[in-house]
Design a protein around this ligand. Structure first.
Ligand SMILES: [Mg+2]
Length: 225
């Protein structure tokens, strides 16, 4: 893959594609949540990403990646409730700072974003890796891309590495006991069930990666390749 970075126009398409993908997974995500929680996770994520979609549609002329992310995160938080709504919204808002003064999203920006998300979840959710939360998938993705750099790798490679690590980590949460949140009262009844937030995060990263694979360089007007 020759593509090196993702510009604002393409980022809007990627977020639309991600919104479609999480909507398709709504029932599976609800079922995962029903096993260890109240069964509304898929609804929350679909509603949040519908709001993200509206936010990017209304900012069609915006070429600032940082603003797009900040607005998307605030839109997400505006329509969702509960801890996961706040955490996913804040994870998007993290991009506002991570992509400040950037024309395009490359490997270094992705690394900054993942790091920022990790600190946000630790601060907001009071979680640690191993607590069976979305943090497990974010931490794994961040750790996996840490040896990569914009000078050596393109964003497609980094997203593949990140999304595979997140997916693996999300399935491994099935072997963990919840240490934070309401599900911590369920003890070992949660064994065998992955954390829905971790699964959602792996779907988001996978959507970013798949979009790039399905839209090779030259098919987008702001492709930097
Ligand atoms: Mg729930």
């Amino acid at each position: 893959m020759e593509r090196r970075t993702i510009g604002a126009t393409e980022l809007r398409e990627i977020l639309r594609f991600t919104a479609e993908n999480v909507a398709k997974e709504e029932f599976r995500l609800n079922a995962l949540d029903a096993a260890i929680g109240d069964g509304d996770h898929g609804i929350t994520v679909r509603l949040g990403f519908q709001a993200v979609r509206k936010s990017i549609d209304s900012a069609a002329a915006c070429n600032d990646i940082s603003t797009l992310y900040g607005d998307a995160g605030r839109a997400f938080m505006g329509v969702t409730g509960g801890a996961i709504g706040i955490i996913l919204g804040r994870m998007l808002i993290c991009g506002q700072e991570a992509f400040e003064k950037c024309d395009a999203l490359g490997v270094d920006e992705l690394k900054r974003w993942l790091k920022a998300m990790e600190s946000t979840i630790v601060a907001v959710g009071k979680a640690k890796p191993g607590d069976k939360t979305i943090l497990d998938a974010v931490h794994a993705a961040s750790f996996a891309v840490s040896p990569l750099s914009s000078g050596q790798n393109d964003i497609g490679e980094a997203l593949l590495v990140a999304s595979q690590a997140a997916e693996r980590a999300a399935s491994e949460t099935a072997n963990m006991i919840c240490k934070v949140g309401r599900a911590s009262r369920l003890g070992d009844r949660v064994l065998g069930h992955p954390d829905p937030g971790a699964v959602t995060f792996s779907i988001i990263l996978n959507s970013f990666y798949r979009y790039l694979v399905e839209h090779p360089p030259g098919t987008q007007c702001d492709s930097a390749a």
